[in-house]
Design a protein around this ligand. Structure first.
Ligand code: SF4
Length: 298
């Protein structure tokens, strides 16, 4: 890093001041659960939005928006009361990228059964992350969540093996991948401050890993925080550890704001004068030629 941490912190605070505005929520899949007030609707819509949050933002929105529109004011009530046998929900009928339409229907049927078994009361999925002692464990919680989802889907599908699409949707529990979609869901559910919902109270905001999407992966390199190319879940927890030095209680606070540098400011992960000169991070970014930034700021 280029500074002792205080400069980075001040730049992060500038980022927060710039992007802490509800208009920027529309640039993120969190815009979907933000439409609802009931905790159960927020939890259900958050899970759906995060699991399908892969690929191009426009494609994600084009797939999810009609689904949520057709579920009305309360997606949880819609699911509980819905009769899949004589419906064409979801209406798109095409599935989404790796998920066939049948995969999508099985996923929603599984959600419906889980909702009914939990008497429609939130939180439902926090317990999926906890061990036998009710604790969140960085070494096993993601696996617990994925294993439980795997068995729930197999129960619905009445098969012994998941289709490729459904396996992709929940991820492989044995994989060392950063599990960014599940991490994003955890961030929304665990962090208690803007822009997140804080519905899960047994997991602390400083325990959860960073969702390592492409934007965060670029930024941690140019900021000199992590160098490796093959990012794993342990690196996502290590990034939380790094930001604990900046904010011990709420280290994942910076995720939403850092990702705006990629999504809105179009950071390329390399020096590009037109982009970098307006970036709040240019004084702490390793790819900005030193001695240039004062001129750029003038
Ligand atoms: S200065 Fe440029 S490369 Fe560095 S974080 Fe900002 S936009 Fe990205």
């Amino acid at each position: 890093m280029l500074d002792d941490g205080s400069l980075l912190k001040s730049k992060l605070n500038q980022l927060i001041a710039k992007y802490k505005n509800v208009s920027y929520l529309e640039t993120d899949p969190i815009c979907f659960p933000k439409r609802y007030k009931d905790p159960l609707d927020i939890e259900i819509v958050s899970l759906i939005s995060c699991l399908f949050a892969y690929g191009n933002v426009k494609n994600i929105q084009n797939f999810l928006d009609p689904i949520f529109q057709s579920m009305g004011d309360s997606p949880s009530q819609f699911l509980v009361n819905h009769h899949f046998s004589n419906s064409n929900f979801p209406k798109t009928g095409k599935g989404y990228r790796f998920q066939s339409n049948e995969d999508v229907v099985i996923f929603f049927k599984t959600l419906q059964r889980i909702l009914s078994e939990n008497k429609n009361s939130s939180p439902i999925f926090e317990s999926y992350f906890l061990d036998q002692n009710g604790q969140f464990d960085p070494n096993g919680s993601f696996q617990n969540f994925q294993k439980q989802w795997e068995s729930e889907i197999l129960l619905t599908a009445k098969t012994k093996v998941l289709t490729y699409g459904l396996q992709f949707l929940i991820g492989k529990w044995k994989s060392k991948s950063p599990k960014k979609r599940i991490s994003l869901f955890l961030r929304w559910m665990v962090r208690r401050k803007y822009p997140d919902f804080g519905l899960y109270r047994k997991i602390k905001p400083n325990q959860i890993p960073y969702p390592m999407d492409v934007h965060i992966q670029k930024l941690i390199k140019v900021l000199g925080i992590q160098k490796q190319n093959n990012i794993q879940l342990q690196d996502a927890f290590a990034l939380t550890e790094f930001f604990r030095k900046v904010n011990s209680v709420d280290p994942v606070l910076y995720d939403f704001y850092l990702t705006r540098v990629g999504i809105i400011n179009r950071c390329k992960g390399r020096y590009e004068e037109m982009i970098c000169k307006g970036c709040e991070l240019n004084e702490v970014c390793l790819v900005v030629p030193r001695g240039i930034e004062p001129r750029l700021q003038g």
